[in-house]
Design a protein around this ligand. Sequence first.
Ligand code: ADP
Length: 490
Amino acid sequence: MFIIQIASECAPVAKVGGLADVVYGLSRELEIRGHAVEIILPKYDCLRYDRIWGLQVVFQDLWVPWEGGAIHTSVWFGFVEGRKCFFIDPHSAHNFFNRGMLYGHGDDDRRFAFFCRAALEFMLRARKHPEIIHVHDWQTALAPVLLYEIYAGLGMVHPRVCFTLHNVRHQGVTAPHLLHAVGLHRPEHFMHPDRLRDDFHHGALNLMKGGIVYSNFVTTVSPRYAHEIRFTAQGCGLGHVLHVHQAKFGGVLNGVDYDVWNPEIDSHIPRRYGPTDLDGKYENKAALRRRVWLQDRFCPIVAYIGRLDHQKGVPLIRHALHWCVNHGAQFVLLGSAANSALHHEFLELKRAINDNPDSHLELAHDEELAHLIYAGADLLIVPSLFEPCGLTQMIAMKYGTLPIVREVGGLADTVFDVDYSDRPSEIRNGYVFKTFDNGGIESALVRAVGLWNHYPGRFREVMLQAMKWDYSWNEPGRHYLNIYEYIRDK
Ligand code: ADP
């Protein structure tokens, strides 16, 4: 099968969060299974150009319709860790992708609407005929709308579209004049409640809703989240449209790329190890302490890795930090905040605990340090308010670092409590708490740190159980192929 992914992120060249890992990891899995995959991305100025091989212009003069005129655009091609990637590079005063950051600009809706139009125009002009177009989140949700409303009429009648919702908190709700800019000229048609009109702000356009309506299949990144966004407030207003389109909607758990995240072959950590050689982990623990200036003593290291966003349970992360340093454990945080208030909040916290030899906050995006933390820590917290899937808990398990998670979304689908799960004791793999408050996370921390201190043999057993879980792309890859085949043959 020929599959084109259109996305705003792809690891490791354009990564903000898990979306990047999914686009890369799924593409790789599909190729391993013998399918042809191409990825279309914006050519951001902040791409990791050192990770792109053979970058060159392959389409010089693409004229992308925009605001009644057209923007002169080039398309580049390069390999990203073996994946075939095309990069959209518009030449206009809008400077859409030369902003130093992927997101967070006032005109993000226009930047990504342009990207969708450019991706389809490129496919048309380059005569690409994929069987499947896979799009991700609101940024690329206009692609199926444009495909059916414009490009099908220009001959692109074969591609079927799969749309994956990675986080429905961000839906691309915007003013309707975006429609005109992108070339969809019948506002009364598109602003219909059955199409792109937002269900709550009736004067607004909802791009994610449009993607749901126009795609042949819609997935989200875990079965639990699929349920939560249909039936609870976590749907952020999309419950109704997901209900209407339930026959083409389902949850597929994300996978982890074990070529990147595997302590047996990880080149970023000082000592490789695996289930048969668990002692190797302790060298990494010592290296982590040296790297982040923690004192060397006999105690567990609790870590947090992730975006610093309200979604991730900021008050609970703070509480865990204080609890750890007051109860004989050490705490390491690696995170970056797009929100400047949150960034300053953590900067303050960092200053306040600067001299404490049992904690360290690294406020940055640092791929290499992330590897060392997964390898060197004993426990990793994911106390999210909501979590569509979550990758850090699955990566941590592969490194024998036990996750402590809130029972929500994909966290509930992947972590089974050592003490309370209804799964057999020999496959339990971490700690789970329910309530979103200090007492909730503390109850799990007490149990986890207690096991480390008082029952090291059992702690080690659970580490091995966690390492044995297979959260690779194998199973999700199969699911996605079933979906692709189903919509292709329908
Ligand atoms: P989300 O998609 O909500 O950001 P996920 O858990 O799905 O969260 O994915 C997070 C991914 O980003 C993981 O691969 C994690 O290791 C990585 N990551 C998050 N923050 C950082 C950071 N500050 N430095 C390095 N890697 C990070």
